[in-house]
Every structure is written in structure tokens, then in C-alpha cells.
Design a binder for this molecule. Structure first.
Ligand SMILES: *Cc1c(COP(=O)(O)O)cnc(C)c1O
Length: 384
């Protein structure tokens, strides 16, 4: 990992490069904060900060003003604690018998997702005294959370244990990326009722896409993730965020292929003209999913369109199947000296949107980011 505070990264001769723009990351977070209106924006740092690196992401967002942090589990929370000493760290998975001590030792806030977890938390409290928690209410996603009825009963329960004082009630939207979906309103209404029953307790509903649904959805705290990392949050709307991650891979060889020949496994690339093909050092082991394969490779029922790379000012189509360490791009339309062994092609970044590559592979930017793997050399820059 290279940490450079300059706009141009210092790389070695590695075959794959990731340039991570912490300036864009901070900007995107501030933007989601501004869009959150009077609500505070948290930072969501689960899965190694969506694959970009927990420490640099956490340091950057802390410096930008974030003090509320969401991670997936207590191990991620323990890793985050020394980076944000006075931050609130919320643990999405909650706690279970045996890992309570991790919460106390690292001052982590469990998100209580079920009545079983509530019992575990209460019995840990009875030994410990006082510790904050969050109540997660399921309002229609049917994934994690107490039912709304259960939560309302708890809110009105005069016999609640004295030390039990949730600092936040939250819920999660199932369809926020589709603003017209009727479930958004239903979840909002159900959450409003529960949030009102917990008087004086902060509330939180919106992820990135939820922030875009408007003020009603913001409550006290928003939880933007993907948008901060530069990904698309809302379907069918131009992405207003700055790209954070650029992925590049090296051309190992330029191969000339004659009309009628084929290339790659399954003879999956077929050539209707004499072509020049760049053999590039990236594959599905680097999170460049096999499903982005182009050239009419049938992987499911549908025929995916295939991804594009970018080289010397031109979009270049991917050819044939993506393999573990290698894939092919068509550079026939570039001048000969514009595609040479050793050159780096952009897989995604400023010129090719990560979500376009994801779409070509039937997936989403979230999955691309969190599958990048560790064969990339990572360099961190801070552009203005
Ligand atoms: C991951 C997650 C988020 C962030 O979602 P994005 O769609 O990345 O903005 C917010 N809330 C919860 C509960 C999550 O699990």
C-alpha cells in the first residue's frame, strides 16, 4: 500500500493498480451530508470500507467530520476503534453469546436485531451495568430487526431494565434504489410510528438511495455507503458522485488474430476481421467477474453485452471469456503504437463507470468493489 498525498500516485511495476482518491471520498461524504439536510450523515465502513481499505477511508471520513460509523461485525469494529478513538461504532450484526466482551472492551454499540439478541444484551448488561445499544426495527425488508409490534411493546414497557437505554432506533429500506416502489412509503410510515414511540431517542432509516427519497426519510442520522464510494445509488438516474476508485491492468502481449480464428476458452471470442488483441493481466481472481465476458458468451439465459476498457482515449470492447488471471480486449481500432505491451488499460474509473462494468456482468458496483482482491497495488491520492 502506498500512501501519497499527491494527485499522482507512486506505483511500482505491479501488473494491476488501484488508485483510490480520498479527496473524492471526502467530497462525496460531504455531499451526502448536505443532501441529508438537518440530519447527520454517518459513514458506513463495512467490508474493509467497501473494499478500498478501512484505515485510509476511516481516517479521511473522520477528518471530514464523521463521528458515527457502521461496520458489519464486532471484529471490524475492533479494527476500527483505534482509528476513530472518540467515534461511535455501530455493529450491524449485533451480538451473540460469547462475543459480548469485544463490545465492552472496544466500546462498540451493538445493533439489537431480534428478541434473542435483546436477551443476550440484557443479560450482558446485568453483569456490566450500562452500555449503549441500537434497536433495529424490521419495517418490511424481512431481513434483520425486531417486528414493529414487538418494538412498540418494548417502547411502552414500564418494566424495562434500568440500564437499557437505546441511543438510536433504525430500520433499513428494501427498495430505495427504485424511488417509485410502493414499499418505500409503507416502510416510512411504519418506521415513523415506532420512532415516535421512542421519544427522545435518535432515529435512522436512509442508506444512500434513501437519502435521495427526500427529507421525510432523513430522520436524525443517515447511513450513506455506496454513494460515498462513488457508486450508483438510484436506478436509472445519472450518478452525481465523483469516482473514487480507478482500476488498471497491464497489457502483457498484443496478439494478431486473422479473420475466422477464435480466442480464449471455449473459442469464445470469434473474429470477423483481422484483429489486434490485447492480452491483459486481470481476471476473475481480481474481481473482474467472469460474467463480464463479452462477445456473445452465454452464461445464463440472457447474453450479456460485455464490458469495455479504456486506453489512450478510446473505449475498447472486452472479448471472449474472462479467465482467472487474464482477459482480452479488442485494440484493432487503436493506432499500433497506442496499445503496447506494458501499457495499462483502465478497467473502471473516470472513463468507464464501475456501474457500467457491473451492469455488463449482471451485478452491481458494491460487488465489484468488495471483490477486488489483493493482487492490486493500491495507491491513495487526494485530489482537490
Ligand atoms: C450497508 C448498509 C447501509 C449502506 O447502504 P448503501 O446502499 O451502500 O448506501 C446502510 N444501512 C445498513 C443497515 C446497511 O447494511
Amino acid at each position: 500500500m502506498t500512501l501519497s498525498k499527491h494527485p499522482s500516485p507512486a506505483f511500482t511495476a505491479a501488473s494491476n493498480r488501484l488508485t483510490i482518491d480520498l479527496g473524492a471520498l471526502a467530497d462525496n461524504w460531504r455531499r451526502m451530508g448536505a443532501l441529508s439536510g438537518s440530519a447527520r450523515a454517518a459513514a458506513v465502513l463495512k467490508a474493509n470500507a467497501y473494499g478500498i481499505g478501512l484505515k485510509p477511508a476511516a481516517e479521511t471520513l473522520y477528518a471530514a467530520g464523521a463521528r458515527d460509523f457502521f461496520v458489519a461485525n464486532a471484529e471490524e469494529g475492533a479494527a476500527l476503534r483505534p482509528i476513530v478513538p472518540d467515534g461511535k461504532i455501530y455493529i450491524l450484526a449485533g451480538l451473540w453469546p460469547g462475543n459480548e466482551q469485544l463490545f465492552f472492551d472496544n466500546n462498540l454499540i451493538p445493533i439489537v436485531n431480534s428478541s434473542e439478541q435483546l436477551d443476550v444484551f440484557l443479560s450482558a448488561l446485568s453483569q456490566r451495568g450500562d452500555h449503549p445499544c441500537v434497536l433495529h426495527i424490521d419495517t418490511g425488508m424481512n431481513r434483520l430487526g425486531l417486528g414493529a409490534t414487538e418494538a412498540l411493546a418494548l417502547a411502552g414497557d414500564a418494566a424495562r431494565p434500568a440500564g437499557f437505554s437505546p441511543v438510536l432506533v433504525m430500520s433499513h429500506l428494501a427498495c430505495a434504489d427504485d424511488p417509485a416502489h410502493p414499499l418505500n412509503c409503507r416502510q416510512l410510515e411504519s418506521f415513523q410510528v415506532v420512532a415516535a414511540a421512542f421519544k427522545g431517542v435518535e432515529s435512522s432509516l436512509a442508506n444512500s438511495a434513501g437519502v435521495h427519497l427526500g427529507t421525510d426519510y432523513h430522520f436524525d442520522l443517515t447511513r450513506p455507503g455506496i454513494a460515498v464510494y462513488g457508486g450508483e445509488a438510484v436506478n436509472g438516474v445519472p450518478n452525481p458522485m465523483r469516482p473514487v476508485v480507478k482500476a488498471q491492468a497491464r497489457i502483457l502481449q498484443i496478439r494478431r488474430v486473422a479473420t475466422g480464428e477464435t480466442a480464449s476458452y471455449g473459442a469464445s471470442a470469434q473474429f470477423a476481421r483481422d484483429s489486434r488483441v490485447a492480452i491483459v493481466a486481470v481476471g476473475y481472481a481480481d474481481g473482474y467477474h467472469r460474467s463480464v465476458s463479452g462477445g456473445g458468451v452465454t452464461l445464463r439465459q440472457a447474453t450479456p453485452s460485455g464490458a469495455f476498457g479504456f486506453l489512450n482515449g478510446m473505449k475498447i470492447p472486452h472479448l471472449g471469456r474472462v479467465t482467472m488471471d487474464l482477459c482480452l480486449f479488442d485494440v484493432t481500432d487503436l493506432p499500433e503504437d497506442a496499445a503496447r505491451p506494458g501499457d495499462y488499460i483502465e478497467l473502471f474509473g473516470e472513463n468507464i463507470a464501475i456501474d457500467d462494468v457491473a451492469r455488463a456482468g449482471g451485478t452491481i458496483g458494491y460487488e465489484m468493489l468488495t471483490s477486488l482482491g489483493d493482487r492490486y497495488e493500491r495507491a491513495y491520492i487526494e485530489s482537490a
